[in-house]
Structure formats: C-alpha cells, structure tokens
Design a protein around this ligand. Structure first.
Ligand code: FAD
Ligand code: NAG
Ligand code: NAG
Ligand code: NAG
Ligand code: NAG
Length: 616
C-alpha cells in the first residue's frame, strides 16, 4: 500500500539520495569487508548518544570507527520505524513476557521477575539498529527542569551541568520547525512557546524537532480535563527548564524529510549519521557486536568485535567511547573487567577496575492509565476505519499531515496537590520534599485506542508516570560472554514511597476523567481499572499487576564525583580506575530526569564530545 517505504524501494531511495551528497557515497562509510582497523576513536554502540558523539569527533578530522550490533532500521523495520503514526503501535514494544519479536531491530530483553509488580517478567525494548533506541522510541522531546540540572551539577561537582551552562548543548544538537497551525487544523489547540531556547540561523541540528502536523481530537479533551484539575496549558512549553502544566509536545519528527518527501522519525541515524557520512570520514562497522574492551596497563586500547561471527580487533589510538545503552554498557564493562570484583571473579573475569556501582542504581519510571470510552474520534479510530484510512494515507503522503504524521500529543506535569498527599507516610513526604522544588512528581500523557461498542468511537487512555522513582533495580551478568543477554531487574515498586505516589496519581487520573469538562465525550462505565477497583489497597494491587515501563531506564553507570560513592564515571564521563575509556549514554545519567530523556542524552553527547576534543 505504501510502496515507497518497502524494503527494496528504500534501498533505491538511499542509493539515489546518496548522489545529493557530492562528497561521499553512503556505502563508502560502511566497513565491508570487515577486518582489523585502527582509528583515533572507537565508539561502541551506534545509538542515540553514540552516533552524536561519533559525528562530532569525526567532524574534527579525527578518524572514528563506530561498532553497531544492528543494521539499518529503514530496511529492517520499514515504515514501523519511519512513520510517526506507528510509533505507539509497534509490536516491538509490547511490555509482556511473550511478545512478537523483532530481532533485527530490538535486543528482545526480558526482565527478571518484578517482585514489586506481581512477579511479572516483561519485555524491555532496546534498539539494536543504527540509531539505537531513537529508532524505536515514541518521539516525545522535552528537557528537564533547572533544578534537576542543578542537582546533577552539585552531585558530580561540575557547573557544566547547570541549566545555564548545559542549554547550549540542547541548542547545538537540534533544529526546531515551528508549529504549522494551518496543517494542525485545530483552532482549539493552538499555543505559544518559548522561541529563545532554540537554535536560530544556520548550522542548527542535525536532530529535527517539530510539532506534529496533526492533533488527535481526543487529546484536546484531555487538555480540558487536566486543566479542570489544575494543570493549565503552559505558555512556554516544556523545553525551557520549567515543567509546569500541559503542552502539545515537541517530537523528534522531521516534518519534511527530503528523502521520503513526508514527515518521518528523526533518529540519531537519520540526523547525525547521515550528516557525518556526507561530511566526514566516519566508518561504521554494522551488524557487528563488541565483545570486549581491551586494556594495556590499565588503558583502553581497542575493542574485540565480531561481524556475523567473524572476529577481529579495532584499535583506538586515542580513546574508546562506550555508548551501548543502560543495559549493555554495564554488561560490556563487566565482561571487560570493570565492575564489582566479587561478581567478576565468580565468573573468572580478571578485574581491571573494581567499581561496585557498575550495573547498580537502575532507575525506571513506570506508568499506568485510566481508560474510558469516548465519543470523539482519535488517530487510532480514524486509521482503523477502512472508510477513513485511505484519505489519511493520502494526507500523509501528499501533505505530510494527518494522523500518520504524528505520534504523541498532549503531556502535562505537576507536583501533586495537598489534597492528594494526605495518605503519604512521613518517610514518603521527606523523600519527596528532598527533591528540587521545581521537579514535578507526575507526568500525565494523553493517549487513545480505537473503540468499539455503542457510541464508543475511542478508548481514551489517560496515563500517569512516576517521575522520581525511589525503587532501585540493576543490571548484572550471568556469563563472561557478551553475547549472553544481561540480567535486568528494574526493581519496580520495591520502595513503598513509589507505591504511595502511584496510588495518588491514579486517583488524579480519575479526577481528570470526572471533570465536567469531559462529560460531553465520556461514554459508559470506566474500562480500566474498572469500578471494582476502589480502595487504596485495590488500586495498589491493580497497579502492581498492570503498571509498565515508560522505557526511560537509566543510571546503571552513574556519573558522580567518586567511585567510593558508587559512581562509575566522573564529570567528563571518564571511567574511574582506567584511562582512555568513557561511557556516554543513558547509563551515566545519575538519576531519572523529569519527563523524557532523549533531549538530555543528545545534549550530553554533544557536551562530552566537546570535552574530548578540548582534552578535558
Ligand atoms: C519504546 C520506547 C519508547 C521511548 N520513548 C521515548 C520518548 O518518547 N522520548 C524520549 O525522550 N525517550 C524515549 N525513550 C527512551 C530513549 O529513547 C532512550 O533513553 C535513549 O534512546 C537511549 O539512548 P542511549 O544512547 O543510551 O542508548 P541506545 O540508543 O539504545 O543505543 C545503544 C546502542 O548500542 C548498541 N549496542 C549495544 N550493545 C552492543 C554491543 N555489544 N556491540 C555493538 N553494539 C551494541 C545497540 O544496538 C544500540 O544501537 C523510549 C524508549 C523506548 C524503548
Ligand atoms: C506500512 O507498510 C505496510 C506493509 O507494507 C502497509 O500495509 C501500510 O499501509 C504502510 N503504512 C504506511 C502509513 O505507509
Ligand atoms: C477541538 O476541535 C476538534 C476539531 O474540530 C474537535 O474534534 C474536538 O472535539 C474539539 N475539542 C474540544 C475540547 O472542544
Ligand atoms: C490557570 O489559569 C487560570 C486562568 O485561565 C488562572 O486563573 C489559574 O490561576 C491558573 N492556575 C494555575 C495552577 O496556574
Ligand atoms: C537487583 O535488584 C533487585 C530488586 O531491587 C534486588 O532484589 C537484587 O538483590 C539486586 N541484585 C543485585 C545483584 O544487585
């Protein structure tokens, strides 16, 4: 139906478009045939952070080799990864133990049983493709709060992470296309935003950020319901270091992708890598797994890798940069001899740096929703209706607009009001009071599914995410072999404070649904959790059985000021106890930032690339 994005045609487009970049054929950037090579920098993991770091290092004239386990998602996952409207319905995301696997683009990790969440094991999607998880995620782009970056700066002892100093890296990494209100075509969903926190002029980006050319009609009602319980629509949006109230969110969508002629996902591959291929000598070892970081006298000198089973060595003259993500970066450190010495010794791995923090401190924001029938149309109700879908497809292909051009929509943040905190224990209150004053506790997200039944056009899905989890999980290994998956335990709801906050948040969702502002579109009895779930104990049990990840796991190689305090890397992302090795990805975030992490991960990659080139 959508021929331009089928596998072979994509290949044709990629090759044809290569001619628009005079300097270099795209294929010349891929190490075929594979074999031993030497670079100034070897970057392990061609994901969100890895390709951003690699592109900036290569732009200095340095030679850079990227090692990526996956291939090109445009070929391996087609329009599932390219079309924004599919972002939420990708089968690859299913957070259940038995899921439809997508082995070409996803690591297919399944967690340890979650003792705080009814013993469930869940599939935790993690991108295994050029672009990494930026090729699978749901595209929301927002930055944390000023207080959260101040906390980071204080924790690691570096003022580089304060909002005022870090903002330049958000600006450098991205390019914002202003909202096209005519295409959005929803007069009741206009807004203002802060233009001062974005790049202007030339050389912005390469990451493309925009407001989608479509508003899911059901989301306008959630905006009204959230406003009714005290969350106004923000006049500045969620990218200025302030997260208060709601906003139609910015997304990593290229609203006019020249390659496909419509609105597409902007990943680190479609942005940083394509730019680097055209403008630098960066080399990509794709479908290549890194199996071990190599050391000589405590200095990282290269990486053992294997392409389709063929093993060889990439030597790093200057540094190795590990960007394999929250689950695989700690795994690679451990199999290479960096981690808790007792664990390493038990598996016969010689210890190079005894760092107890490797794999610990995993922080994972969970979320859950309250669903009701709605009489309003929504993106899924339109796309699942054979009478309406063809027009939506044409709208997407010819105008880069309509439901296929858009992913999420309306997001809101708050600290819970006093009326929601009456059941909190003294401990929970003191934990929450210790957070920075501007850090919200809950994020609300508007969502929708196609509905069925009398008058039900849409199943409205209003969800809440716990932004500051106090529970801690971990990543460990069961083998010295890097091809054996790491063991991931998110530790969901193992801290009672998270359970108390979750119950309060679910009640807030019900308050929004009960607002008179939503009465005109709400149909029938509550679908989820349902009327039988009423007492706090029932609500908590339901949350334990139904909460899932919002896929923001981080913190497993925490940045900090000293290894003794459990940190793994210092303020410039250098691994403690060795030389020539940094970690740059979500694993080094010292704690979960409020909202969605990719904006911060791109900015961090820019910042560390700057550090490396400046010799810091
Ligand atoms: C379903 C989903 C939805 C999400 N939605 C959002 C959202 O809307 N907004 C947002 O901000 N964030 C979202 N996130 C989170 C965000 O996308 C991630 O936090 C971020 O992309 C992680 O970046 P990273 O650089 O740490 O790791 P990744 O991007 O995962 O990169 C790691 C790379 O390393 C490679 N790799 C790993 N091990 C090896 C090895 N041994 N050898 C070679 N290569 C290896 C991987 O294949 C991968 O390409 C979502 C995540 C998921 C899974
Ligand atoms: C995506 O691809 C599938 C399978 O080829 C096709 O059925 C569908 O219409 C495509 N969707 C879009 C929006 O192109
Ligand atoms: C906003 O406008 C859209 C499009 O006209 C409509 O479907 C939706 O119901 C309206 N929302 C509200 C809250 O009035
Ligand atoms: C929300 O906006 C209204 C005006 O529209 C204002 O009276 C109210 O104080 C605002 N509430 C908050 C929490 O900012
Ligand atoms: C990992 O976290 C879980 C859940 O908090 C805990 O039960 C387990 O002991 C931890 N394991 C390690 C090795 O830290």
């Amino acid at each position: 139906m959508f021929a331009p994005l089928s596998g072979t045609n994509v290949l044709a487009v990629l090759l044809l478009c290569g001619t628009t970049f005079a300097a270099r054929l795209p294929s010349s950037a891929f190490a075929v045939p594979p074999g031993d090579a030497t670079y100034d920098y070897v970057v392990v993991g061609g994901g969100t952070a890895g390709l951003a770091v690699a592109a900036r290092l290569a732009s200095s004239g340095a030679s850079v080799g990227v090692v990526e386990a996956g291939g090109a998602y445009e070929l391996d996952n087609g329009n599932q990864s390219i079309v924004p409207g599919y972002a939420f319905s990708q089968p690859a995301l299913a957070p259940v133990e038995v899921f439809p696997p997508r082995p070409l683009v996803d690591w297919s990790l399944v967690s340890q049983p979650q003792t705080g969440a009814a013993g469930r094991k869940v599939h935790y999607a993690a991108g295994k493709t050029l672009g990494g998880t930026s090729a699978l995620n749901t595209l929301a782009y927002n930055r944390g709060t000023k207080g959260s970056y101040q906390k980071w700066a204080t924790l690691v002892g570096s003022s580089a992470y304060t909002w005022d100093n870090f903002l330049k890296y958000f600006v450098k990494s991205s390019e914002l296309t202003p909202p096209d209100f005519a295409k959005r075509n929803t007069p009741n969903a206009t807004f203002t935003y802060d233009t001062s926190v974005w790049c202007t002029g030339k050389n912005c980006g390469p990451l493309q950020v925009s407001y989608s050319n479509w508003v899911d009609p059901s989301h306008t009602w959630f905006a009204a319901g959230l406003k009714a319980i005290g969350l106004n629509t923000s006049t500045i949006g969620h990218n200025s270091g302030i997260l208060q109230g709601g906003a139609y969110t910015t997304e990593t969508i290229d609203p006019s992708d020249p390659w496909f002629g419509t609105a597409t996902r902007s990943s680190s591959e479609s942005s940083y890598l394509r730019w680097a291929i055209a403008n630098t000598q960066l080399m990509v070892h794709y479908r290549t797994i890194a199996t071990k970081i190599l050391f000589t006298s405590g200095k990282a000198t290269g990486v053992s890798v294997a392409t389709e089973g063929y093993s060889y060595t990439l030597t790093a003259k200057k540094e190795v940069i590990l960007s394999a993500g929250t689950f695989h970066s700690p795994q690679l450190l451990m199999v290479s001899g960096i981690g808790p010495s007792a664990k390493l010794s038990s598996l016969g791995i010689p210890v190079i740096s005894n760092l107890v923090g490797v794999g610990q401190n995993l922080q994972d924001q969970i979320f859950f929703s309250v669903q009701n029938g709605m009489s309003t149309p929504s993106s899924p109700s339109i796309l699942s209706d054979p009478a309406q879908e063809p027009a939506a497809l044409q709208q997407y292909l010819t105008k880069a607009a309509g439901p296929y051009s858009s992913a999420g929509g309306y997001i809101a943040f708050e600290k819970l009001p006093a009326s929601s905190r009456t059941a909190f224990s003294a401990r929970t209150n003191s934990l929450l009071n210790a957070l920075p004053a501007d850090v919200p506790e809950i994020e609300y997200l508007a969502g929708s599914f196609a509905g069925t039944g009398a008058g039900v056009v849409t199943i409205g899905d209003l969800s809440a995410s716990i932004l500051n989890p106090f529970s801690r999980g971990n990543v460990t290994i069961s083998s010295a072999d890097a091809t054996v998956p790491p063991l991931v335990d998110m530790g969901w709801l193992t801290d009672p404070a998270d359970a108390e906050v979750a119950v309060a948040a679910l009640k807030r969702l019900r308050q929004a649904w009960a607002a008179p502002a939503m009465a005109a579109v709400k149909v029938g009895p509550e679908v989820k959790p349902g009327g039988a779930v009423q007492t706090d104990a029932q609500i908590l049990q339901w949350i334990r059985e139904n909460a899932i990840q919002i896929w923001h796991a981080c913190g497993t190689n925490a940045m900090g000021s000293s290894a003794a305090a459990g940190a793994v890397v210092g303020p410039t992302a250098k691994v403690f106890g060795v030389a020539g090795l940094r970690v740059v990805d979500a694993s080094v975030l010292p704690f979960a930032l409020p909202g969605h992490p990719q904006a911060t991960i791109y900015a961090l990659a820019e910042k560390i690339a700057d550090d490396i080139l400046a010799g810091r």
